[in-house]
Design a protein around this ligand. Sequence first.
Ligand code: MN
Length: 253
Amino acid sequence: MRILLTNDDGIMAPGIQALWRELADIGEVTVVAPDTERSATSQAITVHHPIRVDNHCIDDPPLCAWRVGGTPTDCVKIAVEALLEHKPDLVVSGINQGPNLGTDVLYSGTVSAAIEGALHGIPSVAVSLNTWRPADFGPAARFTRKLVTTMAAKSLPPNTLLNVNVPALAEEQVAGVEITRLGVIEYENTFERRQDPRGRIYYWMGGSIVDAANEDGTDVAALKKGKISVTPIHFDLTNYAIMHLIEEWKLTT
Ligand code: MN
């Protein structure tokens, strides 16, 4: 099994390193990852300047990777379309530091890399760990290994990926696995207005998550219960149910 591994936290991030080690003995893993952190870059691609690619190696275990001066989506595109000799059987993105839940998946570089894999017709999975603090990525990496093995034996419909969020808990504390739908993530106080040393005003986006109501069955609710959330995602954003309503507007040229 040929696995393409990428992320949005950058090639040096502990999450991708943990996954790299965990997946290395179940398939031929090729790492193609951004040179620096590219979180929250969504599906961005680099078209206005060149994309530099070089080799990055670690000693333990001895592995070499492609380090890309681009976004997670660039990484998957350039891997599949330029760097790799063979199309991968699977794209794995992560493990991200921090969750990718609900509406946040629209901003996520981690999820977008998996979307790019699915756009190329490759079964794909994005994995995130539900903490921003330094943590043990081992349990999430071991779950990903099991999931990837299952994915190799099953099949996903076209244009579909799995978005996985793992609680930052020891394995024995994890309350199970739930197949979920996307919930809602809302922020408050998003922009801080500040002054720079020369007296000019600037803004810094931050904010904190509002405890929005998320029903049972959502990814947000599953994480709160200490479960691993697995959400099948597709990217046809068409709202089929209301097409007829817009048709009734009788728009004309
Ligand atoms: Mn990230």
